[in-house]
Design a protein around this ligand. Structure first.
Ligand SMILES: Cc1cc2nc3c(=O)[nH]c(=O)nc-3n(C[C@H](O)[C@H](O)[C@H](O)COP(=O)(O)O)c2cc1C
Ligand SMILES: [Fe+2]
Ligand SMILES: [Fe+2]
Length: 396
C-alpha cells in the first residue's frame, strides 16, 4: 500500500495503513490497525478528498504527489474535521499553497479552531456543486454522522460517494482495497465494530442520511476507513440500514466483572441456560479482558444482553460500569436485558444494575439474581433460569 492506487476513472486512493496506533480515539483496540482513506480526483482542476492522521503525513504526501504527477492541487474537500482525516491540512497547504479548502458553515469554525486556517477557504451549502472539469462534485451534509459538520462528496461522473466515516471500518488494507478483493467476514466484523464504537449513538442521524442520500445514483461507496465498496452496494447499504434501525440477530451477550471467579461462575451458568434454551450464538465477555469495542460490537449485533457484576467498594465493578456507561450512551433499543450481582457484606452491584436497567428501558428478563459471597446450588439454578428465559426472549 505504498503507492497511490487508481480506484476509478481519474480517481486515486492516496490513503495510508496505520499499524502504529494501538487504540483508536485512545479507546478502541486495533489488533489489525486502521486505514485512513483519502482520495485525489484529476479533472481539468484537481481535488483531494480528505486527508489522514498527522503521523501519516510523509506517506500521504508522497502518494498525493504521485497521483498529481507534477500538477498543482486546486481543491481540498474536508468532509469531516476529526483529526484522523483533517490532521495534515496545514502541511498539505504548505506543499500546495494555492489550494482552496472546501467545507460547510460548520466546518469553518473547526478549521479555524484546530489549525488557525481562515483564508483560502470556500464555504459550500448543502447540495452545492463544484465543476472541476470532467467531474462535477456535490456536497451533502450528513450531520452527526459523525460530527455536526460531517458531509459526503458525490462524483456524478463515476457515481462514487465519498462517504467519510459512514460505512467505515477498522482494519488496514491487506493488499486489496475493494470489497470483492477481501473476505466478507473480515471486513464486516470490523465495520460493525467501528459502527458500534463510533456511529451507534447517531443511528437516528444515519437513518436520516440514508434517506437523504437515497436519491443519488450510487455505484461506489468510498469511505474514509476500511473497505471500498464497488461490487454490492445494496448489501452494504442494507447493513447500515439494519444496524441503524437496531435490527438485531438471534443470539446473546453475557458480560461479567469478577475478581475471584464467583461472578464468573454465575455468568457461565447463564450461558449454559442460554445454550440449553437453544441459543447458538452466545458471546461470553469478561469486561476486564475483552476490549470494550468487542463487547459493544457483539451487544449491538445480538438481541439478548445479560450483565453480571461483583460489588467493588460499594459500587459496580469498574470495567462493567464502563461498558454500561458507553452502551447506554449508544441509546440501544429493541433488546432484552437480564442482570445479576454479587457482594460479600453490603450489596452494591445489583442495585446499580437495577438503576441502569431502569434508565436504559430495554425489555427486562428475569430473574434478577443476587449472590452473597459464593453462589450456592440454588443461586446457580436461578442463573440457569435467567439464561433459559433469555433464550426464549431472543429466539422469537
Ligand atoms: C477490592 C474489593 C472491594 C470490594 N468491595 C465490596 C463492597 O463494597 N461490598 C461488598 O459487599 N463486597 C465487596 N467486595 C467483595 C466482592 O463484591 C465479591 O463478593 C468477591 O470479590 C467475590 O466475587 P468474585 O469472585 O466474582 O470477585 C469487594 C472485594 C474486593 C476485592
Ligand atoms: Fe469521525
Ligand atoms: Fe474517522
Amino acid at each position: 500500500m505504498n503507492k497511490a492506487i487508481s480506484v476509478g476513472q481519474d480517481i486515486f486512493w492516496v490513503g495510508t495503513n496505520d499499524l502504529e496506533t494501538h487504540l483508536f480515539e485512545s479507546l478502541w483496540s486495533l489488533p489489525r490497525g486502521v486505514a485512513y482513506n483519502a482520495y485525489v480526483i484529476l479533472g481539468e482542476k484537481t481535488a483531494a478528498i480528505d486527508t489522514v492522521k498527522s503521523s501519516q503525513f510523509d506517506e500521504y504526501l508522497e502518494k498525493v504527489r504521485t497521483a498529481l504527477s507534477g500538477r498543482q492541487l486546486d481543491y481540498l474537500v474536508v468532509n469531516h474535521m476529526e483529526p484522523d482525516h483533517s490532521g495534515v491540512i496545514t502541511q498539505l497547504r504548505e506543499a500546495y499553497p494555492d489550494v482552496k479548502i472546501i467545507g460547510n458553515a460548520k466546518t469553518l469554525p473547526l478549521l479555524k479552531g484546530y489549525y488557525g486556517i481562515d483564508s483560502g477557504v470556500v464555504q459550500v451549502a448543502d447540495g452545492e456543486t463544484l465543476d472541476i472539469g470532467g467531474h462535477v462534485l456535490s456536497f451533502h451534509a450528513i450531520p452527526m454522522v459523525h460530527w455536526p459538520e460531517s458531509m459526503v462528496t458525490y462524483d456524478a461522473a463515476t457515481k462514487t460517494l465519498f462517504s467519510n466515516d459512514a460505512f467505515g471500518g477498522y482494519g488496514i488494507h491487506e493488499g486489496g482495497l475493494f470489497d470483492d478483493e477481501k473476505s466478507r467476514v473480515r471486513w464486516e466484523s470490523e465495520m460493525l465494530r467501528y459502527y458500534a464504537t463510533i456511529v451507534a449513538r447517531f443511528s437516528a442521524s444515519v437513518q436520516a442520511a440514508l434517506k437523504k442520500l437515497g436519491g443519488l445514483a450510487i455505484e461506489k461507496i468510498y469511505p474514509s476507513h476500511g473497505t471500498l465498496f464497488r461490487s454490492d452496494i445494496a448489501q452494504v447499504i442494507e447493513l447500515y440500514d439494519r444496524w441503524s434501525k437496531q435490527e438485531t440477530e438471534s443470539g446473546a451477550v453475557v458480560v461479567f466483572g469478577s475478581m475471584y471467579g464467583h461472578t464468573r461462575q454465575m455468568a457461565e451458568e447463564v450461558t449454559r441456560g442460554l445454550s440449553e434454551g437453544g441459543v447458538k450464538t452466545v458471546c461470553l465477555h469478561d469486561a476486564s479482558r475483552s476490549n470494550l469495542s468487542y463487547i459493544l460490537s457483539d451487544a449491538w449485533r445480538y438481541r439478548g444482553l445479560v450483565i453480571l457484576s461483583c460489588t467493588y467498594n460499594m459500587m459496580l465493578f469498574p470495567t462493567v460500569a464502563a461498558f454500561c456507561e458507553k452502551f447506554q450512551n449508544s441509546m440501544p433499543k429493541k433488546r432484552s436485558l437480564g442482570i445479576a450481582g454479587s457482594y460479600s457484606w453490603s450489596s452494591g452491584a445489583l442495585p446499580a444494575l437495577r438503576k441502569f436497567a431502569d434508565e436504559i428501558k430495554l425489555d427486562r428478563v428475569g430473574p434478577e439474581v443476587e449472590v452473597l459471597t459464593a453462589p450456592n446450588a440454588q443461586n446457580l439454578e436461578q442463573c440457569h433460569l435467567l439464561g433459559k428465559n433469555m433464550a426464549k426472549a431472543v429466539s422469537n
